[in-house]
Design a protein around this ligand. Structure first.
Ligand code: SIN
Ligand code: FE2
Length: 216
């Protein structure tokens, strides 16, 4: 366990292996919270959160947007990545430098060197929003990991195995926690239980999650 001094506050950083190839980096993003949140606000000003429709015709409870060369899209035609935001007809906003650096350094810490994402899905959870158990499998190259950054309200993250039958662990994720999964854990099922009401001093009554991917 290491102690970091930032803004006068002491934050605890620690790491825990969740499974071979999967690491929980507690507090890893706390030192960068302000840069991350201001870059995020700029992205959202250009590409606002929207509730996408699943291929089965349901509206997702999580608000989503993207930045980077590619963005993840769901609609009645299916799940896929594309270079254009369907709302604006414009390319997704570029991946902020702060996102890129955090993703590369978190991946490195988890044992994945030279990770350079080209896509970041941004999820916005309000009380009651949830994400059912799924695999991230629309990316082209499963040798590259997924880096997930949690900001704002805490939530229960479900992390299972490569098949649905493996019972999922329940992990409380807090502001600044980063989870990296790749290698043998790359296709792990994961999801998020419904967000509880609350208020975070920097983020307000919501949880924001960035998942950085090498999609193309
Ligand atoms: C995701 O699977 O896209 C996001 C997971 C999370 O919000 O923690
Ligand atoms: Fe996911």
């Amino acid at each position: 366990m290491t102690m970091d001094l930032f803004d006068g506050a002491t934050t605890l950083e620690s790491q825990e292996q969740l499974a071979p190839g999967a690491m929980l980096l507690r507090g890893f993003a706390v030192a960068h919270e302000r840069e991350l949140l201001s870059a995020l606000a700029e992205v959202i000003a250009q590409a606002p959160f929207r509730n996408m429709i699943t291929p089965g015709g349901f509206r997702m409870s999580v608000g989503m947007s993207n930045c980077g060369a590619l963005g993840w899209i769901s609609d009645t035609a299916g799940y896929r990545y594309g270079p254009i935001d369907p709302l604006s007809g414009q390319p997704w906003p570029p991946l902020p430098e702060a996102f890129l650096q955090l993703a590369t350094s978190a991946a490195e810490r988890a044992g994945f060197s030279r990770f350079v994402p080209d896509a970041c899905l941004i999820n916005c959870y309000e009380p009651g929003s949830r994400l059912s158990l799924h695999q991230d499998r629309n990316e082209r190259d499963f040798r590259e990991p997924i880096v997930s950054v949690s900001l704002g309200l805490p939530v229960v993250f479900l992390f299972g195995g490569s098949s649905r039958s493996v019972p999922a662990r329940r992990i409380g994720l807090m502001h600044g926690d980063v989870v990296v999964w790749g290698g043998p854990a790359r296709l792990s099922y994961h999801g998020v239980l419904p967000l509880k009401e609350g208020f975070h001093s920097l983020v307000g009554a919501q949880r924001l999650n960035l998942t950085l991917r090498k999609a193309g």
